[in-house]
Design a protein around this ligand. Structure first.
Ligand SMILES: NC(=O)c1ccc[n+]([C@@H]2O[C@H](COP(=O)([O-])OP(=O)(O)OC[C@H]3O[C@@H](n4cnc5c(N)ncnc54)[C@H](OP(=O)(O)O)[C@@H]3O)[C@@H](O)[C@H]2O)c1
Length: 649
């Protein structure tokens, strides 16, 4: 008998309905049998039976090929019928009344840049992060804890994590954090949603239910970004990208309320008028204005062209200053990606900080260094280096000279902090030179790039800069292949040489806690990938002026790494933790933060709302999709139950 080819795909499981023509008749039959609630149905917790099946929006695998049917939301996002989960001990089951509509959904639906199916084995990916819900059932531990009861109205935070991991004591986001609807197999664009207990939060007073179901992902991201990551203070200046919609608008409004002078980047005179006229911005910069339209590009690789790029930004710098009494931005909030980031960084004042939590226009981040130097020891103090932490120092970057005085100063500084230091030299000669200086007690080990190259041959590449990656939106396979090549030829050989030496009981992978980068090279892409996630920081001490630096954006924002330079900082930030949601809700209740009025779309209108966001032609600042609110403007659970009852009479 002929052996079956290994390339034959396994059949998809049949828990989700993905054959389009089956969908309607199956839904009707299940509804008639009482196994599926119609969309919008009243649900009385503890009384209405929890059905076996539910409607949900997402994408499914193709029944023929088994491949996910990724594509633009308008044509590829489908209503599906999937099982209703049973809540685990630390979880709860919610009946969703509304769900938040956001960009994560679009990344999941298009599979750009990664497929959400890579992290689970389901045949469908349901999207949706957050919303407002009634508690339908509780897992045993959640019930025992007693904070939430069946029937409570809760607003849903979309962060999930490994609840029992010791890292939770530092920040739950450092312990297997995943955003529901994007990095988990469940999502809130569904009638029912299983959540972990810390995802359920009480609703701030005075909000309509559609408002209460609209803000946690966007305003939560902004709350962490502004108050935890940037630690904004009144009286200072802030520049925000995409200031007329979504997270950018939340950043604008929250920082205006906190007493900052805010300038926003927008793309039309209408959006400029909206943020200055109605939202309290001191100014707007229209990126499509003829004076600026050609400026928003990545920075060219050639050194001269890079400096010309920087000089060409002066009309933008002057425009910003003229709106801000001659000052540049103390803080920048960035999310619009590789074409916006370099200019936003250019607008940063001396000593300023830029935080970013996304990269809509691409991940290849470049920036021109700022003038100013600091003593290595001062930078280690800024980075709060602790004794015993693992430090990587580059010695003799792009040079064969034996003596690198700045490198020696950096090694000395790390020694004073009792760090466990690994030095990466460019040549074997430099390694031997350092060994001859008798640094044994100051250094844990020395790796020479020349030696790695000799050992690995063509399998090792030490980059001059972060290579440009193909556009994931145009050719996802070429993009993935380029990422893999970089991983295999750059990160693996260097990372394993470093890891072997820095490995310890509490750091099994041997990732550095801190990397001292050098102004004379552009290996920030390597260092930001190698340094420990979440707590890791990359520092510079030398003057960086006139030089281009590059890195891969997701490594910094999703892992919340920090790049600390003598006169500026770049800080990765990502959603928020459950405590920050509670704190944000207190601030909303105290009138210190404001929930943006959402645009409510009907259940069936979800794919079109996603499509409008994808094409940046959306008029609403934020969207929610209505699952089961019988009318808008309700403000409490009692009002909801009464409106349902009235509907049935
Ligand atoms: N890490 C997290 O936890 C987290 C949470 C929420 C969102 N995000 C990410 O943040 C990003 C923004 O999300 P959002 O919900 O605020 O989206 P949004 O409402 O669509 O706002 C994005 C705005 O950015 C501006 N923009 C788009 N392309 C641009 C470009 N090439 N250059 C400059 N500006 C551009 C547009 O405004 P103008 O056309 O007016 O300039 C657009 O309205 C997304 O990538 C999203 O995935 C991350």
């Amino acid at each position: 008998m002929a052996r079956r080819s290994l390339s034959v795909r396994l059949p998809v499981r049949r828990d989700g309905i993905w054959i389009d023509s089956d969908h309607q008749p199956r839904g009707a039959a299940l509804e008639a049998a009482g196994e599926l609630l119609p969309v919008g149905a009243a649900f009385y917790p503890g009384v209405t039976r929890i059905p076996e099946w539910q409607y949900a929006f997402g994408i499914a695998r193709d029944p023929e090929t088994g491949l996910p049917r990724f594509g633009p939301p308008a044509t590829h996002e489908r209503e599906l019928i999937v099982k209703v989960p049973t809540p685990a001990p630390n979880a709860a089951l919610l009946y969703m009344l509304t769900s938040e509509v956001n960009f994560n959904d679009i990344w999941a639906l298009t599979g750009i840049p990664v497929s959400p199916f890579d992290s689970h084995e389901e045949d469908v990916q349901i999207t949706g992060s957050g919303g407002i819900a009634l508690v339908a059932a509780l897992g045993s531990e959640t019930r025992a804890e007693g904070r939430v009861k069946v029937g409570d109205l809760v607003t849903v935070y979309s962060g999930t994590n490994d609840l029992l991991n010791p890292q939770v004591g530092n920040d739950p986001m450092y312990a297997g954090f995943s955003i529901q609807g994007y990095e988990t197999k469940t999502g809130s664009h569904a009638q029912f949603l299983e959540v972990q207990a810390p995802q359920m939060h009480t609703i701030p007073p005075d909000l309509t239910l559609e408002q209460a179901g609209s803000y946690v992902l966007n305003l939560g991201t902004i709350s962490r970004c502004l108050f935890t990551t940037l630690q904004i203070a009144p009286g200072r200046t802030l520049f925000v990208e995409g200031a007329a919609t979504g997270t950018g608008l939340d950043a604008l409004r929250s920082s205006v309320r906190t007493g900052l002078q805010v300038t926003g980047l927008v793309s039309s005179p209408e959006r400029a008028a909206f943020i200055t006229g109605q939202q309290g911005a001191v100014g707007a910069i229209d990126r499509k204005d003829a004076r600026f339209a050609g400026l928003f590009t990545t920075i060219p690789e050639d050194a001269l062209a890079a400096r010309a790029w920087e000089a060409a930004g002066s009309p933008l710098v002057e425009a910003y200053k003229s709106l801000n009494a001659g000052k540049l931005a103390d803080y920048v909030v960035s999310h619009a990606g590789e074409t916006a980031f370099p200019r936003s960084f250019q607008l940063l004042a001396e000593g300023g900080s830029l935080a970013f939590y996304g990269a809509s226009s691409g991940y290849h981040f470049s920036f021109m260094g700022k003038p100013g130097a600091a003593a290595p020891e001062d930078m280690l103090r800024t980075a709060a280096l602790r004794g015993g932490e693992a430090v990587l120092i580059y010695y003799g970057p792009r040079s064969t000279d034996l003596l690198d005085e700045t490198g020696l100063e950096m090694i000395e500084a790390a020694r004073r902090f009792n760090a466990r230091t690994l030095v990466a030299t460019t040549t074997d000669g430099q390694r031997e030179f350092l060994q001859s200086l008798g640094f044994e007690d100051a250094i844990e080990g020395i790796v020479s790039l020349e030696a790695i190259g000799r050992r690995e041959g063509a399998n090792f590449l030490w980059p001059d800069t972060m290579p440009r990656l193909p556009d994931a939106k145009v050719d996802i396979d070429a993009f993935k292949a380029a990422v893999r090549d970089y991983q295999d030829r750059v990160m693996k050989p260097f990372g394993s040489a470093v890891g072997k030496i820095l490995r310890s009981a509490d750091n099994p992978r041997g990732a550095p806690d801190l990397v001292i980068e050098r102004a004379g090279q552009d290996t920030l892409g390597v260092s930001t990938s190698l340094v420990k996630p979440f707590t890791g920081r990359v520092i510079f001490a030398e003057d960086m002026a006139g030089q281009r630096f590059t890195f891969y954006a997701p490594q910094v924002w999703t892992r919340q790494r920090r790049i600390l330079m003598p006169t500026a900082s770049i800080l990765g930030t990502h959603l928020c933790n459950a405590y920050e949601v509670a704190r944000m809700n207190d601030m909303i209740a105290a009138g210190l933060l404001e929930v943006t009025e959402p645009q409510v779309v009907a259940w069936d209108g979800l794919p079109e709302a996603h499509q409008a966001m994808w094409e940046n032609r959306h008029s609403g600042a934020t969207y929610v999709v209505n699952h089961a609110l019988p009318e808008l403007g309700l403000r409490s659970r009692d009002a909801l139950l009464e409106a349902w009852a009235a509907q049935q009479n």
